[in-house]
Design a protein around this ligand. Structure first.
Ligand SMILES: [Cu+2]
Length: 173
C-alpha cells in the first residue's frame, strides 16, 4: 500500500516536471507554407493525394500496389532513378482500365516506338499516363481515381519491361 502511494506521488512529480519543462530550442525560421500532409487517405479529403513512384535500371516500380479511394484526386509523380541512356532504358507509367490485359497491351506496345510505346489500337484502355522518362527525368499526371472499385493495372510499356515484372496495380476500394 505504501509503495503504491509512493509510486503515484513520484508519477505526479514526473508529470509536473514534464509539464513545466521549457523548450529551449532555437527559434524556428519563418514557418514554411504548410503543405497538406498525405494524411489518412480514407477521409473524404478535398485535397489531392500525391503518389511518388521510382523506377530505375532494375526495371521495377518501387510501388507495385497502391490503394486509393473511389474518385479521389490523385497526382502520380514518377522519377527514373536510373542512369542508362533513354534509348536503352526508359520507363513510362500507363494506368489501364480494370479488366484490361496489361500483357496484351505491353506486347502491342513493342511495335509502337513512334508513339512512345503506346499502341494506338489500345489507346482506349488508358486512364492516365506518364510518358517515357529517361535517366533522372521526372514526370507526373493528375487525375481522379475511378469511381468503380476494382484493380487497375499499370504496366511500363517499354519493350520487355512488363515481362520482367515492371508493373503494378492501383486498387480502388
Ligand atoms: Cu520500364
Amino acid at each position: 500500500m505504501k509503495a503504491h502511494l509512493l509510486s503515484s506521488v513520484l508519477l505526479s512529480a514526473g508529470l509536473l516536471a514534464g509539464c513545466s519543462k521549457s523548450d529551449n530550442k532555437a527559434p524556428e525560421p519563418a514557418p514554411a507554407p504548410k503543405v497538406a500532409a498525405p494524411a489518412a487517405a480514407t477521409e473524404q479529403s478535398p485535397g489531392v493525394r500525391t503518389i511518388a513512384l521510382q523506377a530505375g535500371d532494375a526495371m521495377k516500380f518501387d510501388l507495385t500496389t497502391v490503394e486509393v479511394a473511389p474518385g479521389q484526386s490523385l497526382k502520380v509523380v514518377m522519377t527514373n532513378s536510373g542512369t542508362l541512356p533513354k534509348d536503352a532504358m526508359a520507363h513510362n507509367w500507363i494506368l489501364l482500365k480494370a479488366g484490361s490485359d496489361p500483357a496484351a497491351f505491353a506486347t502491342a506496345a513493342q511495335t509502337s516506338k513512334d508513339t512512345g510505346y503506346i499502341p494506338v489500337a489500345l489507346k482506349d484502355e488508358i486512364l492516365a499516363q506518364i510518358q517515357l522518362l529517361g535517366p533522372k527525368e521526372t514526370g507526373e499526371v493528375s487525375f481522379k481515381a475511378p469511381t468503380t472499385p476494382g484493380e487497375y493495372p499499370y504496366p511500363c510499356s517499354f519493350p520487355a519491361h512488363f515481362l520482367v515484372g515492371m508493373k503494378g496495380v492501383l486498387i480502388v476500394k
